[in-house]
Design a protein around this ligand. Structure first.
Ligand SMILES: Nc1nc2c(c(=O)[nH]1)N[C@H]1C(S)=C(S)[C@@H](COP(=O)(O)O)O[C@H]1N2
Ligand SMILES: [Mo]
Length: 381
């Protein structure tokens, strides 16, 4: 018997659960999660790479914890939504374009192109975000810059897509959910399909939100770093992974301002007046946790070298490889009395993996800027 090979047609996929009523409703949810993800993503980018016209406030202290938690949760929740939405429109992939060169054909091609851009960019964003969370970088480009750039493609193509489909969307949302003859034997209704999709989204959230919401910690098995680390706080990168050797008595912190340099041993630092604050570490990868920190207010370090309390600082870590060994502390953070050069975590001397002998901790900062193993501070008025 000869097998007939042919490209499938739209009709070959007919399934009564597909159709605009399903697609539009899942689409509304996807538009919501993508918008949250986009806005919190732009915010995160600005917190790490602040444009000169923007001054990130030090309060509320947990702002970044909330925005970045939302970023990761809305991104993760988008995955089941995107899968169901793609399934619901999949047959359209086999739609034949108009055969004659015409205005219709041009419009058809433009519409297909914008959808290709949207789907491609959306999949790229979700996949690269997930890979960043598990710290797997099988690429050469800068994750953050690329993730940021492609986000604009997603949101631009999404706006075009919604505008083009608006009549269909409006129709689908106002027409009854259950229409059309059952075409197969599965007993699932559209309502049932939407409810299971909602269930999958809820489960995804439950399984990931625990990395930032403490009461969910136990059930969030998908959370990458929900586990405790030393001193009750997860570790982003261990001292060994950062190439930090033994800290001996020769260790000293160098603080400089206008050509004047003060060198301080750990004993010198411990002899200065100490403050204790509760502040979170909020990693860009979505995990966050509160902790109690004890150390010297950065503003006191500034005044120590004759600089005003409202100064800027450049911090240098003992870590020389990688991009995380340096950070800048804008003046509103130096001035804030909660910003510390921390020597202790949860009542104990910093564990080497948490930045011993000293690390910065400031309110409302992405974790990546809470530099560990600080060895040099340059103060600028
Ligand atoms: N020198 C240095 N500081 C660093 C890092 C690093 O890799 N090197 N990681 C940062 C990141 S991404 C986070 S989330 C926090 C985590 O702090 P913790 O490991 O003490 O929890 O440290 C930050 N400080
Ligand atoms: Mo981080």
């Amino acid at each position: 018997m000869a097998m007939q090979l042919r490209i499938p047609r739209v009709e070959d996929f007919s399934h009564r659960l597909r159709g605009p009523q399903t697609t539009a409703r899942v689409g509304v949810w996807l538009a919501i999660t993508f918008s949250i993800c986009f806005l919190t993503g732009i915010w995160s980018h600005f917190q790490q790479d602040t444009p000169s016209w923007l001054a990130i406030p030090a309060s509320p202290a947990s702002l970044y914890r909330v925005t970045q938690g939302l970023h990761i949760i809305s991104g993760t929740a988008s995955i089941p939504l995107l899968l169901v939405k793609l399934w619901s429109v999949f047959p359209k992939f086999f739609e034949r374009p108009p055969t004659k060169v015409s205005r219709e054909l041009v419009l058809h091609m433009l519409e297909r192109l914008s959808i290709a851009a949207l789907v491609g960019a959306a999949i790229f964003e979700l996949a690269s975000g997930m890979m960043n969370i598990i710290q797997w970088y099988p690429w050469d480009f800068s994750f953050r810059r690329t993730h940021f750039a492609v986000a604009w493609i997603v949101i631009g193509a999404l706006i075009v897509h919604i505008a083009v489909k608006l009549p269909i969307i409006r129709d689908a949302l106002t027409s009854p959910l259950e229409t059309g003859e059952p075409k197969d034997s599965s007993g699932l209704s559209r309502r049932g399909l939407l409810l299971s999709t909602g269930g999958a989204v809820g489960l995804t959230i439950l399984l990931t939100a625990g990395q930032t919401v403490p009461i969910l910690r136990r059930i969030s098995v998908f959370g990458v770093r929900t586990g405790d680390g030393p001193q009750g706080l997860p570790i982003n990168r261990t001292a060994r992974a950062a190439g930090i050797g033994e800290i001996d008595d020769a260790w000293a912190l160098e603080v400089s301002h206008k050509g004047r340099t003060v060198s301080m041993s750990l004993a010198d630092l411990a002899a200065l007046p100490q403050s204790t604050v509760d502040l979170p570490i909020a990693c860009v990868e979505g995990w966050s946790a509160n902790a109690t920190w004890t150390g010297i207010p950065m503003r006191d370090i500034a005044t120590l070298v004759g600089a005003p309390a409202r100064s800027r600082m450049f911090l240098t870590s003992l870590q020389t490889r990688g991009a995380f060994g340096k950070s800048e502390l804008p003046h509103q953070f130096v001035e804030d009395e909660r910003t510390l050069l921390a020597l202790k975590l949860n009542g104990e001397v910093l564990n080497p993996d948490h930045g011993y002998p000293c690390r910065v901790i400031a309110p409302n900062r992405p974790g990546v800027l809470q530099t560990k193993w600080v060895t040099k501070i340059e103060v600028f008025a």
